[in-house]
Unconditional design. Structure first.
Lengths: 643, 77
């Protein structure tokens, strides 16, 4: 049994999914966070079901690749029941998708989510009546609190047995007549392999759906006939046929809404309006934006620095003891030092910054601040020749480059995806942020770390310009169209759970690799191999004026960015970096690590999203940028010694 | 008198008359619930020809100026 959760972006699908699946999907108050679908197996009434969280999609007519992914899955014929999740407070718009989903002729439950939000807006829904009109079960829920979920699954189970399909509300007579004719032609002359229902296909063709029109044009000559149907619609209504259908669906949704809803009181004025007045204010907003990110920065540094300092001292002491315990130059000393330094790097350097960073980011996401930041930054993105929506992958990039690269799917044009994918890998991910904090902020000063972040933004902007000159692409022909969701006060539990999910990824995946890497490096040091690697990389390290011993750490950084940091302490033989490196060297090293070649996981993601050539361009481009910037940092600090 | 969405003042309501430009723009705006006949409230303009924040069917949407200039509207009192 396969159950698919489908709905518009930001309607609470992922929250609902998570309450079924434990914690697997990433939720946030940001349209378009789920670009890949997540699956989970779950037991419902003793039945084993696979539950799929599809990317949010505003409609089923061709859109960006994330939306096409959702549609492809729904049409695959593998879905037994659809749970259509809607944000009840935005019911009119949501119903337009519901109407399209009904055309799929798959048993479906309508889940009226965010009931509390609707009530606050004074909207009352007669779910019984809605259920009668659409011929499908309708269940009100509040996913964040878990209200109504039990009832929802009771309906899902009974649907699995009954396999009852809904009723597709009809368009106006003249349109239905044209649809009817087209359906019979399609059924006779273009027998689709059962999976795509004829009515669904006919309506998509009348809407001039890019994907299906292309498919049909390749497969058959009936295309001209379809064009004639489109023309007929256009003649009757005086609008292009796609507009006719979408307006018609819109009208249907509005009628439906009026039939089943009552506005019992005007929307309650709440503080969110006042807050939003200032957060989105013409000028004040930018002060708030700067303030939030400055506060965020200090929050991470404050907590991280407070924890890092005593822990580093503690581990240094232990490592000193090891030497006297095992004796100099013994294999066991190298081994145990490797293990201890790997552990120390994780506990003392990575986690103190990673934990507050991820909690802070989750909080900003869940509250709904990020799309507002996108609104405020849009004009600046345009100035560097990027589509306003590019800000979404960029912001996600501060968490991890892999989802950021995948998030470029929300951009419609491949050329934009190519550009933004490459640029987004230059945004410091959580691992690199840790390095910036752990090295520069800690050993030099918080302001120096801020300078790196500022430099980074500047460089990304300039790189955007440069890349668009090398790889010209059509002007951002579609400007920003982005939903700004209402603020949500997420239950703290959800935010913490999400942060934990991301932190756990570091603990169970990255950390063991870090410890192994640290041991491996210690062994190489023992065997004298690392000297050869350092020798091979010495032209680079010499050029940048870095100690030769950091060469290996750069290679390890390709596996996981955190490795550069932990390996650094391993390669230098101390966590007190400043005893062996100058502040300038620390700065140059960090600048290089911030920009150079993305980690393997990111390269794999790039390969998948923008192809082999794109991934290669990304590698070469970031490497050259890193070398140039590190060199400039070295020269600049040589001329203006700031410390 | 018909004008375009980017010309309407803050806190004004406007009725959509037509959407210029290609199918893609119509489709994207349609998905946000913006069709001819719909009523839009203009909430605020971003600085430096930044995007416009509007309210449509009680949801809030940010539209770039370029997009907004493609939407023909009629100002309402």
């Amino acid at each position: 049994m396969r159950i698919a959760l489908a709905g518009q972006p930001n309607c609470g699908k992922s929250t609902l999914f998570n309450s079924i699946a434990g914690y697997k999907a990433i939720t946030s108050n940001f349209p378009g966070t789920t670009v890949k679908y997540t699956e989970t197996k779950t037991h419902i009434n003793g039945l084993i079901c696979t539950c799929i969280d599809l990317p949010g999609t505003y409609s089923l007519t061709s859109g960006d690749p994330a939306e096409l992914e959702a549609r492809r899955h729904l049409l695959s014929g593998e879905v037994d029941v659809i749970i259509n999740v809607v944000d009840t407070s935005l019911l009119i718009r949501s119903l337009e998708l519901t109407l399209q989903l009904l055309e799929l002729e798959v048993p479906m439950v309508l889940c009226l989510n965010m009931m509390d939000e609707a009530q606050r807006k004074g909207i009352q829904i007669d779910s019984q009546k809605l259920s009668e009109v659409l011929g499908i079960p309708v269940v009100p829920t509040i996913a964040v609190t878990g209200k109504g979920l039990k009832e929802l699954f009771i309906e899902v189970v009974s649907l699995m047995e009954e396999k009852k399909k809904g009723r597709v509300p009809k368009f106006s007579k003249d349109i239905e007549a044209i649809i009817g004719e087209l359906v019979s032609i399609l059924q006779m002359e273009w027998p689709v392999e059962g999976k795509v229902p004829s009515r669904f296909l006919a309506v998509r063709l009348l809407e001039n759906d890019e994907f299906f029109v292309r498919e049909l044009r390749e497969a058959d000559r009936t295309f001209n006939r379809i064009k004639s149907f489109q023309d007929r619609l256009e003649q009757i209504h005086g609008f292009p046929s796609d507009e006719v259908i979408s307006s018609e669906r819109h009208a249907l949704a509005m009628n439906l809404f009026e039939k089943v809803s009552a506005v019992v009181h005007p929307p309650k004025k709440d503080v969110r309006m006042t807050i939003d007045h200032w957060v989105m204010h013409k000028w004040v907003s930018y002060l708030i934006l700067a303030g939030i990110f400055y506060g965020f920065f200090n929050f991470i540094f404050g907590i991280g620095g407070y924890i890092e300092e005593p822990l580093i001292g503690l581990f240094e002491g232990w490592i000193g003891h090891l030497e006297s315990f095992f004796g100099k130059d013994s294999l066991s000393l190298f081994l145990s030092k490797g293990v201890l330094q790997g552990i120390a790097g994780g506990i003392a350097i990575v986690l103190p910054y990673l934990v507050p960073f991820l909690i802070g980011l989750s909080l900003l996401e869940d509250i709904g601040y990020l799309p507002r930041a996108a609104f405020l930054m849009d004009i600046f993105m345009h100035r560097i020749g990027l589509h306003g929506k590019s800000i979404i992958p960029f912001i996600l990039g501060y968490g991890c480059s892999v989802p950021a690269v995948m998030a470029t799917r929300i951009l419609e044009f491949p050329q934009h995806r190519f550009m933004v994918s490459i640029l987004t890998t230059m945004i410091p991910c959580a691992a690199r942020i840790t390095i910036i904090f752990g090295l520069v902020a800690f050993f030099i000063s918080p302001n120096a770390a801020l300078a790196i972040f500022a430099l980074n933004i500047l460089v990304v902007a300039i790189s955007g310009k440069i890349l668009s000159l090398i790889f010209p692409y059509p002007e951002a022909s579609l400007g920003l169209i982005l939903e700004i969701p209402a603020y949500q006060l997420p239950p703290l539990r959800n935010t913490l759970k999400k942060s934990w999910y991301r932190i756990r990824e570091f603990i169970v995946i990255a950390w063991p690799i870090l410890i192994l890497g640290s041991v491996f490096l210690a062994l190489m040091e023992y065997a004298g191999v690392e000297r050869h690697i350092n020798w091979a990389l010495s032209p680079l390290t010499h050029l940048l004026g870095l100690p030769t011993s950091v060469g290996t750490t750069l290679i390890f950084g390709l596996l996981r960015k955190e490795l550069s940091l932990i390996m650094l302490t391993q390669a230098l033989g101390t966590t007190q970096v400043l005893t062996v490196m100058t502040k300038t060297q620390v700065m140059v090293f960090t600048v290089f690590v911030t920009f150079y070649i993305p980690c393997l996981a990111t390269i794999a993601a790039l390969w998948k999203e923008i192809g082999r050539k794109g991934a290669l361009v990304a590698v070469l481009f970031t490497l050259s940028v890193a070398i140039i910037l590190a060199l400039m940092t070295r020269i600049f600090l040589g001329i203006f010694p700031l410390w | 008198m018909p004008t375009t969405l980017d010309q309407v003042h803050d806190n004004q309501k406007a009725k959509v008359i037509d959407i210029q430009g290609g199918q893609r723009i119509r489709q994207r705006l349609g998905q946000m619930g913006i069709h001819p006949g719909d009523i839009i409230t203009i909430l605020r303009y971003g600085v430096l020809r930044g995007p416009i924040l509007i309210e449509i069917h009680s949801s809030r949407v940010a539209l770039g100026r370029g997009i907004a200039s493609k939407v023909t509207v009629e100002e309402m009192e």
